[in-house]
Design a protein around this ligand. Structure first.
Ligand SMILES: [Zn+2]
Length: 155
């Protein structure tokens, strides 16, 4: 039997991000591709490549992630939001887990829409380590959306 395995090597750097499946916070070594990461709690792949649904319960876990999280504030009655939805889903598929993706239904989560002072939709906000990095209103084509995200996050 192996004795005394080191929990972490000294000098290694870690990022905290959430599991798409059980939302457990996971520590990822920065030198390891997060694509291969599995959740320490539920053992599923850490990133699901589809946008997560934001709720009052999970919002603080999501925005605390050290890997940037982009949130799409939307509503089902908003035409531009519905047009933008497939673009957002496509980018999640392409860019998770370098960037994490989540959607906030402003009708279901009116208190959260108020907390983030959402005045028009769609609005996109990017968070990292609990801080807002950027926000913009209006939908945008896939190429510009991707460019904006990569520039912003350095991913
Ligand atoms: Zn998990």
């Amino acid at each position: 039997m192996l004795c005394c395995r080191l929990v972490s090597s000294i000098g290694a750097f870690f990022m905290i991000t959430y599991c798409s499946h059980c939302l457990a916070k996971n520590r990822l070594p920065t030198d390891k591709a997060p694509d291969e990461a599995r959740c320490g709690r539920c053992h599923q792949p850490l990133a699901s490549h589809t946008p997560l649904t934001v709720t009052a319960e999970n919002i603080d876990t999501l925005i605390a992630s050290d890997i940037p999280v982009v949130i799409d504030f939307w509503a089902s009655w908003c035409g531009p939001c519905m047009q933008f939805a497939p673009v957002f889903t496509q980018m999640a598929h392409e860019l998770e887990p370098k960037i994490r993706f989540a959607k906030l239904d402003t009708e279901q989560q009116q208190a959260l829409a108020a907390r983030f002072a959402i005045r028009s939709i769609p609005t996109l906000m990017v968070f990292r380590s609990g801080q807002m990095l950027a926000q913009r209103s209006g939908s945008l084509p896939p190429s510009l959306f991707k460019e904006w995200l990569l520039e912003l996050t350095g991913a």
